[in-house]
Write a protein that binds this ligand. Sequence first.
Ligand code: ATP
Length: 362
Amino acid sequence: MSTIEVKKITKKYGEFLAVKDASLSVKAGEVVCLLGPSGCGKTTTLRMIAGLERATEGDVIIAGKRMNDLPPEKRDIAMVFQFYALYPALNVGQNIAMPLHFEKLSKEESDKRVNKVARILHLTEVLDRMPGQVSEGEKQRIAVARAIVRDPNCFLFDEPLSRLDVELRHSMRGQIKEVLSNLSKATVIVTHDQLEALTMADRIAIMRDGMIEQVGTPHEVFAKPANVFVASFIGTPQMNLMEADLKSFSKGVASVSLAGSPVEMAADPAVSSLRPSKVMIGIRPRAFTAESSAGKSTIRAQAELIEPMGAETLIHARTKSGGDIRVVVPRTQRIKVGEVLHLKADPKQTHFFGENGRAVRA
Ligand code: ATP
């Protein structure tokens, strides 16, 4: 069974902890993206799974077997790197067939497998061309074809699309996802591009400073971020994160002082566990509506900068307490610079974070 299990792995370079106690399990047929800012330990985690780095502590289990002491070639995995190299003296078909070299297959069987993956990745037409005669997108697909031609235990991808331009990346995301979804293998993809993770992953593991902060479906990490870091990292434009004073909580309604306005907002019952205190409230720019007049649940802010984004408009506004707030409204809702907005947040999309930065929800 193609599965990957990472149990409390740690990687130390001298005294520096690059990965701390990371645990993750990937089922057969599941695509998990490791996502996080530069230097957070994504590649090191992937390299420990591959056997290119030795875990200082913890276990790497692939297809049910502990792999810590096995070199990469004994782990039966296929990797696609950011800087994949094609052999320039071999044609596309021969490049794809390279990993089969060691399997001692008949020429007929080898050709059959190459033709099959070429069909899957739409490369049949270019099999006889040399690497210098194919496009960047085709080169990327050749690298993927080379990985899947061998039927390995699992797949590991390290920033597989980062060399491609935006448009090509967009179409390749869908193509790779489609190919992987038909292969029933455990797959781990490293990326720093949240759009890539949100579109390709069944689940996303978000890393920061060597630690996994949250693992969840794209919907979960977006709609229920576990902490302030995940909330601020996922979603564009970024979630508004505002310090607030929680005054009281009664019958499902929290009374807060937020952005200079006294606001009453429906809140998760778990908010009752917070004593009157400083909290962080997170509201995504699309979770506001601009009301025509002030009310008990509105925040007052003045529009300062208007950024048209096509079907929507991004407004940067200044709150009474002097902070910035980002609001996205439909293009048809005309708002002018200087206009005073009365912003009402959707309670279902309002996140409370306690003093430790962790989300408070039932
Ligand atoms: P990026 O998105 O920039 O590739 P990453 O999340 O993949 O970043 P890693 O490459 O895993 O990050 O690196 C994690 C941390 O470990 C970084 O601070 C990096 O400088 C450090 N590091 C990586 N390899 C080594 C090494 N061989 N020796 C010492 N430190 C290392």
